[in-house]
Design a protein around this ligand. Structure first.
Ligand code: SF4
Length: 366
C-alpha cells in the first residue's frame, strides 16, 4: 500500500496522464535524504522499477543501437545528490539574476529541445535529493543580482531565481514534490525575491493553494499550434494555457515563454491563434500580472548534431544556408534568422501581444 509520502502529488485522474519512468536509479548518497527516498517511493507506487545503486555512479545498460540507447535514457530517472559545484548559482541573462537547479534533463521529446548540446551524456533525467541544501544556498544571493536587478524595467521584481534552465521541473513534480517545497520557501521568504520557472506541462494541481506570497512567477512555454507537433511527450497547448489560467486565478504571477519562434508557412496566422487562445485562458483574471518572453529559434553545430541523432526523421528546419551565422560571446557559432526575418517577426509578435494581452509586459526579444 502507498504510504503518505509515496502517494503521487496529483489527483489520480491527472496522475494517469503523468510521466512514469520505466526505471528509477537511486544512488547510495541520495538514499541518505528523506526527499530522495520519497521520490523513489512515489515512482515505485506509480509502477516504476526502482534500482538501489551500490555507489553514486550512474551506469545505464550498454545499447549498441542509438535509438534503443535514447529510449532507455529518456525513460530513466536518477535520484542523485547535487554536488557543491552543481549548487553554485550562476547568472542567467536575460531571464533572471541567478540560476539554481532542482533537476537536470527532461523526459519529453521536443525536436527543438534547448537542452540538446548543453548537457553531456545520455539524456536521462536527474533529480536532486538534497533539496534543503539547494534552497538554503539561495538567501546568500539576496540583493546581489546583476541581470534583472540591474535593469531599470525589472528591478522591482527583486532578486530573481530561475529554476528551469536545465530541466522542466513541473513535468516531474508529481514524482519530486521539489517545486512545492521551493514555492513554500519563497512564500515564507519575506524579502524582494522571485522564484521563476517555465514549463511545457499542465500538471499544476500540486501548486494550487500553496502560500506563494506572490513571489513566484510561473511561465508556460508555448508556440504556434502548428509547431506543437514537434513537442513529443508534453502537455497539449490548450491544457498548458488552462493551467496558466488556474495559476493566475490562484494569485501566482504568470508568463508566456514563446519559443522557439519560427517563420513557418502560415506563421502570422499561427501566432495570432496562439495569442488569441492565451487571451481566452487568462480572461478576467483578477489582478493579472503577466509577462511575455519572445525567443526565436537558433541552433549551433553541436545542438544540430545531437538533435539529428535523437530525431533522425524530423523535418525541423536546421538549414545553415537559410540563417545568419553569429559568434556568441564565448566565441562559438550559432545560426539565427536573418535580420529582415527577425524584424518582421518581432514587429508582428509584439503587435499581437499588445492587441490580445494589453496588460502584458514583454520582457525581451531574442
Ligand atoms: S519540455 Fe523542454 S526540456 Fe523537455 S524536451 Fe521539451 S524543450 Fe526539452
Amino acid at each position: 500500500m502507498a504510504t503518505a509520502s509515496s502517494r503521487p502529488l496529483q489527483p489520480v485522474s491527472t496522475a494517469a496522464r503523468l510521466w512514469t519512468p520505466r526505471r528509477v536509479l537511486i544512488t547510495r548518497s541520495a538514499r541518505g535524504f528523506v526527499h530522495g527516498r520519497a521520490i523513489a517511493e512515489r515512482a515505485a507506487a506509480l509502477g516504476s522499477e526502482v534500482v538501489e545503486l551500490a555507489s553514486d555512479r550512474i551506469v545505464l545498460p550498454k545499447e549498441e543501437d542509438p535509438r534503443a540507447a535514447y529510449r532507455t535514457a529518456k525513460s530513466t530517472l536518477a535520484v542523485v545528490v547535487a554536488s557543491p559545484s552543481k549548487r553554485r548559482l550562476q547568472p542567467i541573462p536575460p531571464s533572471a539574476d541567478w540560476r539554481f537547479d532542482l533537476a537536470e534533463g527532461c523526459h519529453a521529446h521536443c525536436q527543438y529541445c534547448y537542452l540538446a548540446g548543453s548537457l553531456g551524456g545520455p539524456p536521462i533525467t536527474r533529480v536532486y535529493a538534497n533539496l534543503d541544501e539547494i534552497l538554503d544556498g539561495l538567501p546568500a544571493h539576496l540583493g546581489r543580482g546583476a541581470v534583472t536587478s540591474a535593469s531599470a524595467e525589472r528591478a522591482h521584481e527583486g532578486t530573481t531565481f530561475e529554476a528551469s534552465c536545465y530541466a522542466d521541473p513541473l513535468g516531474i513534480e508529481h514524482l519530486t514534490g521539489s517545486l512545492r517545497q521551493a514555492v513554500r520557501f519563497f512564500g515564507r521568504w519575506e524579502a524582494p525575491v522571485q522564484l521563476r520557472f517555465t514549463s511545457k506541462f499542465a500538471g499544476v494541481a500540486p501548486l494550487i493553494g500553496l502560500d506563494h506570497g506572490r513571489r513566484v512567477r510561473v511561465r508556460m512555454s508555448v508556440n504556434a499550434p502548428a509547431l506543437i507537433r514537434y513537442e513529443g511527450g508534453t502537455s497539449p497547448l490548450g491544457a498548458r494555457l488552462d493551467a496558466l489560467g488556474q495559476l493566475a486565478r490562484d494569485g501566482y504571477r504568470v508568463g508566456l515563454t514563446v519559443a522557439p519562434i519560427q517563420p513557418f508557412a502560415d506563421w502570422r496566422q499561427g501566432y495570432a491563434d496562439l495569442f488569441a487562445q492565451a487571451a481566452r485562458a487568462l480572461d478576467e483574471v483578477p489582478d493579472l500580472d503577466l509577462t511575455v518572453e519572445l525567443i526565436t529559434h537558433r541552433f549551433t553545430p553541436g545542438s544540430k548534431s545531437v538533435l539529428q541523432g535523437w530525431y533522425p526523421g524530423s523535418d525541423l528546419d536546421l538549414d545553415e544556408a537559410a540563417r545568419s551565422r553569429k559568434l556568441t560571446k564565448f566565441g562559438s557559432v550559432k545560426y539565427v534568422y536573418p535580420a529582415d526575418t527577425m524584424r518582421a517577426m518581432r514587429a508582428a509578435l509584439t503587435a499581437l501581444v499588445s492587441n490580445n494581452l494589453p496588460t502584458a509586459r514583454i520582457l525581451y526579444w531574442t
